[in-house]
Write a protein that binds this ligand. Sequence first.
Ligand code: ADP
Length: 730
Amino acid sequence: MPTNDDRRCFSHIRALMAGTREGMIAVAPDHTVRVLNEPAAEMLGLERTECVGAPSSVLGVPEFVPALKSAAAEWELVSSTFERAGHSYSFTVAPYTEDGGGTGTVITVRDDTELLAVRRRSEAILLSTSDGMLVFDAEDRLTFVNPAAEKILGRGAETLVGLKTDTWEVFGIAPDPAGPVREAGTQVREVRMEEPEHRIVDVRVDPVYDDRESYVGSVATIRDVTSEREAMQMKNEFVSTVSHELRTPLTSIKGYIDLILDGEAGEINEIQQEFLSIVKENSDRLVELINDMLDISRIESGRIVLKVQPLDVGERVAGAVNTFKAVTDQQGRTIHVDVPDDLPKAAGDPDRIGQVLINFVSNAIKYSPEGGDVHIKASVDDGCVKVAISDEGIGISPENQARLFTKFYRVDSSLTREIGGTGLGLSICKSIIELLGGQVGVDSEEGEGSTFWFTLPFASDRHVRTPSLEGPLGSPGGRVLVVDDCEDVANLIATYLSHRGYEVVKAYNAKEAWEYAVEFEPRVITLDVMVEEGAGFRLLEELKADPRTKDIPVVVLSIICDEAKSARSGATDYLEKPIDKARLMDMIDTLVGSISSPLVLVTDDDRNIVDLLTRTLKQRGYAVMGAYNGKEAMAAVARRRPDAILLDLRMPVMDGYEVLQALKNDPETADIPVVIMSAFQPDRERENVLELASDLVGKPFDVEDFISHIESVIVREESVEGPPPESGTS
Ligand code: ADP
């Protein structure tokens, strides 16, 4: 019901009518037209002077009649539409009270013709595009699905519209671990769908903002790339097989030429020596080419394995310089090295970084005249380690710079033709560096030399990529052994895990499980203890008794709720069936992560905060446990010792102060760093307790800032002498 204020407001209609582009008409309580503004007269094709004072029927819009009646009678806003002279209009009728008594109405009319045309056009585009399109509203609910998407998903729009984005699983697509697109921004993924048939689908989800920058929803584009990927895979397999096959004969060719050149087959004359040297040079080039092709096919098929570890850039640079010592000495060049002593360690694969350096230095030598010096300079740049290799050579034009890093691209000049090469080196370097989380680039001017550079994240950034973000990169998440005698359940868990980037081995009975645990060395085992009527517990005890398998964390899944017995038998974690997928994935991520990454316990009674911090920390490569109150936090700590604890102060059941005191009183847990998150100032008595904490951040906090707090306490701990992350309770 309207208030008196509303009524008064409606009496100011005259003022409101001036200056608006919408058509406005006031109809008095006696049903005569009181006011009609210029846009209204134009839309309805009327003369203002003729209308004012006339009965409202003069407006000539029959659709107004019921709307005016019900607006005045019910005292409410009534909206509807009408068509006139090829235009589409929408209108709203609002009631008002006249000063002298009686209820009048104000009609607001808008010409929607253009808007509708635009909408029809965009709908037609969405309907006819061959890419699948899904439109979600601000609540992440699906509002529109085009026919292409229906086809790819194998489901009709009627079964999809209304679903929330976090139900992506219904499409066989795992929700993005980075979180909803609203927070995480554009997401690009490649997913494998098994229903209704095997498909590889590229998914891209973009947030949509209106012109006032407020979030109005998201749009997902999905594209079936199954055949493209299969063709690519076949090509990669072909290249890989051929390259391997070529290598074998080349090994003999190279080996025997070397023997002959070394004089092992008797004296050779100068001409023979010269000819054989040419053969040797060319077979070396062939080997190099084959190695490059193998690298490319590994990178493209995601089979490249990178061993990321803290890396001393200076050491790698020295190694590369040494490789070229003979050549540079002979050509009268010097390689100048400038690596500061205090350069932080970078995160990278030492062998691959060596390969990148050798490639850049070799190019610097190849593409500059004899006697030209080379400079290698390492520095800290924008939170990364940057390495730049400069030469005094031929340089590269801007057009060529833009294309250098693509496969097989070589600058076409008589010089490069003479020098020879495959054009693969830089493309391989770029892929390697980008897989390691860095960037490559070149600064150059023709005739003025070139500087090729690359960056790598700091080792302390723990630049670990979350498995499911890796898409086609294979299964860096590691291997999980799923033990369940029900094939359907095993398949279900396996699907969850493989979507998340894990490699899965399934065992359907205790004997198989035992063999696979030894043979495949999984990083985690999920075990239905009811496998073969209870043989599961025995298997668990056996696994825990054997030195080869005792350190593998085991998650017990069961319909019989016997957490205590599981723990006694050596289970690391326990989950009841039917399985809560999110919890299982969390457990496994945490267990896998805890082997190499620091484990953080996040405690807050606000589930959204726990969720946000969990996602953020996981993205940075931390393993995370969550607790919603102090008691849960203490239980989590007893299960597995975390490397740091984030603690909210105000919580139900057991608050943060009590947790902090309990942790500090127990010598086992006293040295775990605790970061307090608090929105308020504690009183004096409690301030003393807070001194036990390692750090304190005020709420609301900036996530970036917050992460740096956590990193600093963990790094501090580590440098004192970090406790090795425990794996499991065995
Ligand atoms: P390759 O050296 O086998 O041709 P790369 O991928 O290493 O392949 O390099 C691609 C091309 O980039 C080279 O063919 C050359 O034209 C150009 N290039 C690379 N490094 C330099 C450099 N230091 N100076 C000038 N041109 C370069």
